[in-house]
Ligand binder design. Structure first.
Ligand code: G4P
Length: 292
């Protein structure tokens, strides 16, 4: 992929350093860490330092937005995380599917040893404390709000906005620590940035919208050709470029500008919007084996 036309994405080392210190300082207050990722791109939507930042703490990976992800791929990702030492559950905050599995997974699996120890020592009343982390837009606030049944202040993860950590009491035996901070993913890897631009996690102006949509269409033609057939009645031929696919979509949708030219900008906006809202079907942008 030629990425020479990509704009430099901002990385905020100062904020990252602050977040790193904040996590390190608060780890001793919690029993486990719940890391929320986007099920459509479970590795790209992680902060690459999370493993080392939370070293030693039992961990649960929450694959959120699984309503938008390929079900089979989500299962492969759950297995991937399990094989790599973390429990994992799939969640869909739109319908609430999977939410009820989070706390049992924490108590019965992630913290099974601790819970057994507490039981033995007659400390079953002690609360379980869970730190919740995630890069912006994975749905951290939504998950916390749905678990607590209340609307909490939206985490301000924008650089320059200071927000203190927040404890959220779920019930007598569970407390969440909603960690603020700029936990950006690994932006040096441009494939990662492109996946996050597809999902809308980062601003899509890293690339012009037509290039972004062309890249997405090319990916879909390879991995999910039926999504193009069903939604746009476009038959992806093997030799077609992303831009040709974009033109085909614009043509099928009758998006023309005067002079018979195809309005590829409008087509691009449509494709990106429809992908993000799930209208192209359930799609996962990366598979475990390709990145292991
Ligand atoms: P953050 O705290 O991690 O930054 O994310 P936040 O909860 O604000 O969620 C980001 C967007 O993702 C929101 O949409 C939210 O509704 C959506 N979202 C969260 N969980 C799920 C899920 O499981 N499935 C789907 N399909 N979407 C989810 P938004 O467009 O920013 O706002 P709105 O549409 O809710 O108004």
């Amino acid at each position: 992929m030629d990425n020479t036309d990509m704009k430099q994405i901002q990385w905020f080392p100062g904020h990252m350093a602050k977040t790193r210190r904040l996590i390190a300082a608060n780890l001793k207050l919690v029993d486990a860490v719940a890391e929320i990722v986007d099920a459509r791109a479970p590795l790209s939507s992680r902060n690459p330092e999370m493993d080392s930042l939370t070293r030693g703490k039992p961990r649960l990976v929450i694959l959120n937005k699984c309503d938008l992800a390929d079900e089979k791929a989500t299962q492969s990702w759950i297995n991937y995380f399990k094989n790599n030492g973390a429990e994992a559950v799939a969640v869909d905050c739109k319908s609430g599917k999977g939410l009820k599995n989070i706390l049992p997974a924490v108590k019965n699996k992630v913290l099974a040893e601790l819970m057994a120890k507490r039981e033995k020592n007659g400390m079953t009343g002690a609360a379980v404390r869970l730190m919740v982390v995630g890069i912006p837009n994975v749905g951290k606030s939504t998950v916390i709000n749905r678990l607590s049944g209340a609307k909490h202040a939206k985490a301000e993860d924008r650089p320059g906005v200071t927000r203190t950590k927040q404890w959220v009491k779920l019930d007598k035996s569970t407390e969440l620590l909603d960690m603020p901070g700029v936990l950006w993913p690994k932006f040096e890897d441009q494939e990662v940035a492109i996946r996050l631009a597809f999902t809308g996690a980062i601003s899509d102006d890293i690339l012009d919208i037509e290039t972004l949509a062309a890249k997405l269409l090319y990916f879909l033609a390879q991995g999910y050709p039926d999504s193009l057939r069903e939604r746009y009645k476009v038959e992806p031929e093997p030799e077609m470029t992303g831009f040709e696919l974009l033109e085909a979509v614009g043509k099928k949708r009758g998006m023309m500008i005067s002079g018979g030219e195809i309005n590829t900008e409008r087509a691009a906006i449509t494709v990106i919007d429809e992908f993000r809202s799930g209208k192209l079907g359930r799609i996962t942008l990366e598979m475990p084996q390709k990145r292991e």
